[in-house]
Design a protein around this ligand. Structure first.
Ligand SMILES: *[C@@H]1O[C@H](CO)[C@@H](O)[C@H](O)[C@H]1NC(C)=O
Ligand SMILES: *[C@@H]1O[C@H](CO)[C@@H](O)[C@H](O)[C@H]1NC(C)=O
Ligand SMILES: *[C@@H]1O[C@H](CO)[C@@H](O)[C@H](O)[C@H]1NC(C)=O
Ligand SMILES: *[C@@H]1O[C@H](CO)[C@@H](O)[C@H](O)[C@H]1NC(C)=O
Ligand SMILES: *[C@@H]1O[C@H](CO)[C@@H](O)[C@H](O)[C@H]1NC(C)=O
Ligand SMILES: *[C@@H]1O[C@H](CO)[C@@H](O)[C@H](O)[C@H]1NC(C)=O
Length: 408
């Protein structure tokens, strides 16, 4: 009896949802794949394979890339979400991570992937930071060509004196942009850099050691909105990609007080600590662990592909580690919250969106990896997908991270 009621309730919400489904969205029902005819073994699942729900194909998933897993996702996508191609390369992974919107100049910064053999970056040469202007993205958007767009934005290299050596993560900080860098070989240590977009991208190093020891490969950074300190992740990424020496520190999360220079570890116990962000109120920290994917060592499916949530104490320390979500498609990487506390994470097939309780409510399906992305103002998001740069236009608005930069 109960079972029948549930089926009827689902059917009617399906009809309702279908009536209002935007042109580039589709509803995916988890119940449609609770039981599959064939469930592949670990030999078929190889760590890079995607999940194609029954009744869909890779093409149909891409044609309507906004996937609604829960009706609450309608609030995020609005009535007509669009996905627009802003730029692309053949093979060079120029659009990797460290996506940062700088409102004053209305520009968006991002970094090339450091380490892939095809790019030649890592040991022999540093990956680069580049930027685009959102005015140009809006001009492209107005053409209405969406995923089929073929007129691209201008992409310019950020190179003003000092280069960020193998950049990987970034965030707004006191009107400037702080970048994490993985370092290069034995002699260039991983470091935090500060780029000043208002001063010709003048770049300085603000931290490069822990009491005289090299960090492994700094990965990502975020500002805790309550104490305004920088929290950053460090893991053996350069080591497993053969451009950094053996790690001499555990895989950890640190906090750095820019004004006093004090650095302290706040969390350990990870395989590959990766993305970091805070809830809009600063009560929670989210840390991603991409241990499943270990560079030249390949995949280990039983390692984490997990978003952990911590309570952030009044004194800025972390407590109460919880599994917030285990990511279904190869490693949660860059992570950011919207202004309502929903959690967005780049992964193997695009960007997943979770509600504040860790329920997957929807995704932007790209069919390829997105390592990171940034909210770029109300209803706008720029998404990196290695050889493609995307512009998302919908309802969501990011948590206000640019105001975290001021201590006053
Ligand atoms: C993994 O499987 C997918 C098909 O699911 C295939 O396209 C891909 O080439 C495989 N990759 C590796 C590294 O075996
Ligand atoms: C670095 O350059 C050397 C010499 O050109 C080459 O043999 C090697 O394959 C390169 N390594 C990487 C990781 O690109
Ligand atoms: C790219 O820059 C050129 C030269 O300044 C300009 O003419 C063109 O409009 C720009 N492209 C876009 C999409 O704005
Ligand atoms: C792209 O072009 C195809 C074929 O012309 C069309 O079916 C599709 O709707 C277009 N997509 C967008 C986002 O405009
Ligand atoms: C770059 O910034 C540093 C640190 O703030 C400052 O000392 C230096 O003068 C700046 N360089 C330029 C060219 O403005
Ligand atoms: C995978 O990781 C687990 C846990 O770290 C370890 O016990 C196991 O040996 C690893 N397997 C492979 C094939 O590396």
């Amino acid at each position: 009896m109960l079972g029948k009621k549930i089926v009827i309730a689902l059917a009617s919400s399906a009809i309702l949802a279908k009536a209002g489904i935007p042109r580039y969205a589709q509803r995916i029902y988890p119940q449609s794949f609770a039981v599959l005819d064939n469930v592949p073994t670990g030999k078929v699942f190889n760590g890079t394979s995607h999940f194609i729900p029954p009744g869909t194909t890779s093409d149909s998933l891409q044609a309507k890339p906004f996937h609604i897993y829960d009706d609450s996702f309608y609030d995020i996508i609005g009535s007509d979400p669009t996905l627009t191609l802003l730029a692309q390369t053949d093979t060079d992974p120029l659009f990797h991570e460290a996506v940062v919107w700088h409102p004053e100049t209305n520009s968006v910064y991002f970094a090339q992937n450091a380490g892939p053999v095809a790019a030649g970056t890592g040991l022999n040469k540093s990956a680069i930071v580049q930027k685009i202007y959102l005015d140009e993205a809006d001009r492209i958007l107005a053409l209405g060509q969406g995923q089929n767009n073929t007129q691209f934005v201008n992409v310019t290299t950020v190179n003003s004196g000092q280069q960020v050596i193998n950049p990987n993560g970034g965030t707004n900080f006191r009107g400037k942009i702080v970048y994490t860098a993985e370092g290069q070989g034995d002699d260039i240590p991983a470091a935090l850099y500060l780029i000043d977009p208002n001063n010709n991208d003048n770049t300085t190093v603000i931290l490069n050691n822990f009491f005289g020891r090299q960090y492994d490969s700094l990965n990502d950074v975020a500002v805790n909105p309550r104490n305004k300190e920088l929290y950053f992740t460090d893991g053996p990424f350069g080591w497993v990609q053969a451009f950094r020496p053996d790690p001499v520190l555990p895989t950890q999360v640190y906090r750095f007080n820019y004004d006093t220079g004090v650095v302290r570890a706040v969390a350990d116990g990870f395989h590959m600590t990766n993305g970091v962000t805070f809830s809009p109120d600063g009560m929670y920290a989210y840390i991603t662990d991409t241990g499943l994917s270990s560079g030249f060592w390949g995949y280990n499916y039983t390692n984490p592909s997990t978003i952990y949530r911590y309570n952030v104490d009044d004194d800025g320390n972390f407590g109460n580690r919880q599994v917030f979500a285990y990511n279904e498609i190869r490693v949660p990487d860059g992570i950011h919250c919207d202004n309502k506390g929903n959690v967005y994470v780049g992964n193997g097939d695009g960007v997943n969106v979770y509600n504040p309780s860790g329920l997957l409510i929807g995704k932007i399906y790209l069919g390829t990896t997105s390592a990171n992305f940034a909210f770029t103002g109300k209803g706008k998001m720029v998404v990196c997908a290695e050889t493609k740069l995307w512009y998302v236009n919908w309802n969501a608005e990011g948590a206000d991270i640019t105001s975290r930069e001021y201590t006053g």
